[in-house]
Design a protein around this ligand. Structure first.
Ligand SMILES: [Zn+2]
Ligand SMILES: [Zn+2]
Length: 343
């Protein structure tokens, strides 16, 4: 089978190669990939500043059809429409594993990073990671499930009351997904972006996001102040990983507001105004990836239409069109691209 393989660490080193079809053990499921989404982290891997266990087939957001199940697998059968968590191997004994918080297990191995992923025809998943697709969720929609589960995980870090004013910084795929989950939880979303994000902010409006702000031409402080009687926003999700954005978010929060960092910063050490955290009694949390508990509620939101996956998938391409896909995402023209395997 043809596979898009990161052949070595460093910049580039991504090639379509011939690979043997993977073999399952008695606890695994073999899935024929229909669509696999390109994640921001795949771009980082391509550019060389995100480490994977190269050589490895990339692709960790996907949906497909079950073509074979192991002897111990009773939960799924050939023909089932499924998606899978990225968790492939865990220690199973640490305190996080016991709570199924696999995103925090120190020895976890994930699909598409440490284990062969979905930018190919067949992929192997552990049965515990596989989820059936609800009736109204198509294969194409479901290729976004992992990203949506990451967004759900982030939103779940904060307590959102009905009509809370919730800032979502950054209109990338994760920001747009976070905004939809916040709406589903009853919050009113104010999404910010830069002038170059105009197209994505329009998409946010089309998705029903309440307010959008171009921070380069409008004054977010005035707008938030007007919406909150001068108090400030109740909750803020930073989905940019940009330092000025984080600083603006903390500035715009009200006293005792909740701040969640979802976007990943380009470097580890950054300047944070701790006085603001103390003086305003802010609650600051980070959100990493997703875990088992996020998947079923996420699929429910996709099935009900609260998360509109199809509106976010702007392009479909084959795995050998990687270069074009990369350019489209980098230029901001594409929001989410779904790749299809080659025959
Ligand atoms: Zn991802
Ligand atoms: Zn563990």
């Amino acid at each position: 089978m043809k596979a898009l393989v990161k052949t070595a660490l460093g910049e580039g080193n991504l090639e379509v190669l011939d690979r043997d079809e993977p073999q399952i053990n008695e606890d695994q499921v073999k899935i024929e990939v229909k669509y696999a989404g390109i994640c921001g982290s795949d771009l980082h891997t391509f550019e060389g500043h995100y480490k994977v266990a190269a050589p490895v087939i990339l692709g960790h957001e996907f949906a497909g059809q079950v073509v074979e199940v192991g002897d111990n697998v009773k939960e799924f059968k050939v023909g089932d429409r499924v998606t899978s968590e990225t968790t492939f191997e865990i220690c199973g004994t640490c305190r996080y594993c016991k709570e199924k918080k696999y995103n925090l297990c120190p020895t976890r191995k994930g699909l598409g990073t440490q284990q062969d992923g979905a930018f190919t025809k067949y992929i192997i998943a552990r049965k515990e990671s596989v989820h059936l697709l609800p009736e109204k969720v198509t294969y194409l929609d479901a290729s976004i499930t992992e990203a949506a589960a990451c967004a759900y995980h982030g939103v779940d870090k904060a307590k959102i009351e009905k009509d809370d004013i919730v800032l979502v910084l950054g209109p990338g795929p994760i920001g747009l997904l976070v905004a939809q989950v916040v709406k589903a939880k009853g919050g009113k979303v104010v999404m910010t972006g830069l002038t170059k994000d105009a197209k994505r902010l329009d998409e946010a409006k089309a998705l029903g996001i309440d307010y959008t702000i171009d921070v380069q031409t409008e004054n977010p402080k005035d707008i938030i102040s007007k919406l909150t009687n001068g108090y400030g926003a109740d909750v803020c999700f930073d989905c940019t990983g940009a330092v000025p954005s984080m600083q603006m978010g903390m500035e715009l929060l009200r006293k005792q507001g909740q701040y969640v960092q979802v976007g990943i910063f380009a470097k580890d050490e950054i300047l944070v105004d701790f006085s603001k955290i103390i003086q305003k009694e802010l609650v600051v949390t980070g959100s990493r990836s997703q875990n088992t508990h996020d998947w079923e509620p996420t699929l429910d939101l996709m099935n009900s239409g609260a998360i509109q996956a199809s509106a976010m998938i702007t392009h479909k391409m084959k795995i050998d069109e990687w270069d074009k896909a990369y350019q489209l995402i980098k230029s901001g023209e594409a929001i989410k691209i779904a790749l299809q395997p080659l025959d």
